[in-house]
Design a protein around this ligand. Structure first.
Ligand code: SF4
Ligand code: SF4
Length: 245
């Protein structure tokens, strides 16, 4: 679990060190793209974001989407607790028209989707089979097969203004540059070895909920799976809803 960093001091550090502008400069190395906009790739789950990208998204929501804040908090809390047991959980920024409500600040993982050839595209082992077995053995908790086996498909409908796919090494290099911005907030070894890539809801709940609430995750998941109840979850949704910018 990523160590907790005080949100407001992190935002201040990012501003002081010009990190949001540096992030934009890295993003500018990616080609401009267009696609069908079917949103299949946005229903895979909430995409991983580096900590600096999470701060960028947080700041954008704070400055531009105040009226949506309660809804984002609710969806993010539900996602945090149920991502492994509820197939209906998806990115909290996908709106009802299948558009991205934070398109200008979407993370690198969304921007880079569709830029690799089919041969180079890989989602990697998410380690869910192992985790599912551990949950079964230790908590008698069953992760749905649909979630364990789901893999984000390659998409061939992305049209790039460069007219060709990128090399894997190019994307890896840009991702490493973004990761290095996180050295401002975490020890370099932690960023390099464990990584700071987490879905936005997980980053957000690290700031919104205390350790006690976050440690009840298994209990919330079990109540949802075994009893079909969201009673405990709703308690934490209520708790999270009092969080102010
Ligand atoms: S990148 Fe592909 S899957 Fe994602 S919205 Fe565009 S067409 Fe759909
Ligand atoms: S941040 Fe936007 S582009 Fe990325 S998954 Fe969510 S809705 Fe889709």
């Amino acid at each position: 679990m990523l160590q907790q960093v005080e949100l407001y001091s992190a935002l201040g550090k990012a501003e002081q060190n010009n990190l949001f502008a540096k992030l934009e400069q890295i993003y500018a190395n990616l080609p401009r793209t267009s696609c069908d906009g079917c949103a299949t790739c946005c229903k895979w789950g909430s995409p991983p974001a580096f900590f600096i990208e999470y701060l960028n998204m947080y700041r954008y929501v704070r400055d531009n989407m105040k009226k949506d804040w309660l809804d984002i908090l609710k969806k993010s809390t539900e996602y945090f607790y149920l991502e492994l047991v509820d197939v209906n959980q998806k990115c909290p920024f996908l709106n009802d028209d299948n558009n991205c409500s934070i398109y200008n600040v979407r993370p690198f993982s969304c921007r880079s989707y569709g830029l690799l050839s089919k041969k180079d595209f890989e989602t990697g082992d998410r380690g869910l089979k192992k985790l599912a077995q551990k949950f079964k053995d230790e908590y008698d908790l069953t992760i749905p097969e649909e979630i364990i086996n789901y893999e984000l498909p390659w998409c061939g409908k992305v049209v790039s203004d460069r007219g060709s796919y990128l090399e894997k090494s190019t994307l890896a290099g840009l991702a490493a540059q973004i990761g290095s911005l996180d050295y401002t907030f975490f020890p370099q070894e932690l960023v390099d070895q464990e990584g700071t890539l987490l879905p936005y809801p997980v980053h957000l709940m690290n700031a919104v909920l205390g350790t006690g609430a976050r440690s009840r995750k298994i209990k919330v998941m079990k109540q949802f799976v075994d009893e079909g109840s969201k009673e405990l979850l709703n308690h934490f949704v209520e708790k999270a809803s009092s969080f102010q910018f």
